[in-house]
Design a protein around this ligand. Structure first.
Ligand code: ARG
Length: 281
């Protein structure tokens, strides 16, 4: 079933045709500041090209007018072993994205499970080897973590986010290896984005993690996409890129400065479609 994409990942992306910053639901967004939709499209198109050049498959969902944040596909669902857990946004401004993503999956033939609680998809629910790392504190709720464990059949580990700038787990932590659920997980993260207890959990689970600096995190450097060997991250995160290269990863910088005005980077624009059916395990 996955023979045609051996070595490649499958990603879902949404072209930022209607990108705008006209409301504020995180500290990065300033609705009074200028933004450039054409530049956002250009930056997004480069990111898409990088994935294709790496041998990955990119699927696209049609953007909808009036949903300026729909480009952030990571918030569209969580897909593990071919099972789709739908999303439910905290903010009314993004509410209509939930059904839009849901119907894309239904049309593509996936069985979709209802969110039931506030759950912002892979922004907060990140597969790391055998387990799902789950952020809470700003968006996705504890109740959604329990729901994810039930639907996805993977142990879910709750991590408490404490800094409003790092409001989704994927702004504070990057899964470097094992985001496809295969092999042992490796991660990079910003310790101070988590509560003391969650920092202790992360140290216990990932004693050899790459620890990011606040300078890296402030350019959304942790909002990176890794296929286990190449990490695609914001060009501005030079320190993190160097630390990753020291660990043997190849790094590719992409400039996502325009999308960062909405609080997003490469990972936010990318939803991983993980196949099921056992053929890949
Ligand atoms: N403006 C969007 C929001 O606040 C940005 C979402 C970024 N996505 C992510 N996966 N971190 O919801």
């Amino acid at each position: 079933m996955t023979m045609d994409s051996v070595g490649g990942r499958r990603y879902l992306m949404c072209r930022p045709t209607y990108f705008a910053v006209n409301y504020k639901i995180n500290p990065w967004m300033d609705p009074t500041a200028p933004y450039d939709t054409a530049l956002a499209i250009e930056q997004w198109t480069k990111l898409r090209e990088v994935f294709v050049d790496l041998g990955h498959t990119v699927e696209e969902i049609d953007p909808l007018p009036g949903l300026p944040d729909m480009v952030f596909a990571a918030n569209g669902a969580t897909v593990v072993d071919g099972t789709v857990l739908a999303v439910q946004f905290r903010d009314p401004e993004r509410a209509d994205e939930g059904p839009a993503y849901r119907s894309w999956f239904e049309r593509a033939g996936y069985a979709v499970h209802e969110a039931k609680f506030v759950n912002e998809g892979e922004g907060d629910l990140m597969l790391a080897g055998d387990v799902v790392l789950a952020g809470t504190g700003f968006r996705t709720t504890h109740a959604a973590h329990a729901r994810a464990q039930e639907v996805l059949g993977r142990p879910v580990i709750t991590l408490q986010l404490v800094d409003p700038r790092f409001y989704h787990l994927d702004t504070a932590l990057c899964v470097l290896s094992g985001s496809d659920g295969v092999g042992p997980a490796k991660v990079a993260y910003l310790p101070e984005a988590f509560s003391p207890g969650s920092q202790a959990v992360l140290r216990r689970l990932f004693p050899d993690a790459v620890l990011a600096t606040i300078e890296d995190a402030e350019v959304l450097g942790l909002n990176a996409v890794s296929d286990g060997s190449t990490v695609v991250l914001p060009t501005q995160a030079a320190g993190l890129a160097e630390a990753l290269r020291e660990r043997g990863y190849r790094t590719i910088g992409v400039d996502m400065s325009e999308l960062r005005k909405a609080g997003g980077g490469p990972k936010c624009c990318t939803l991983e479609l993980r196949p099921g059916g056992g053929a890949d395990s």
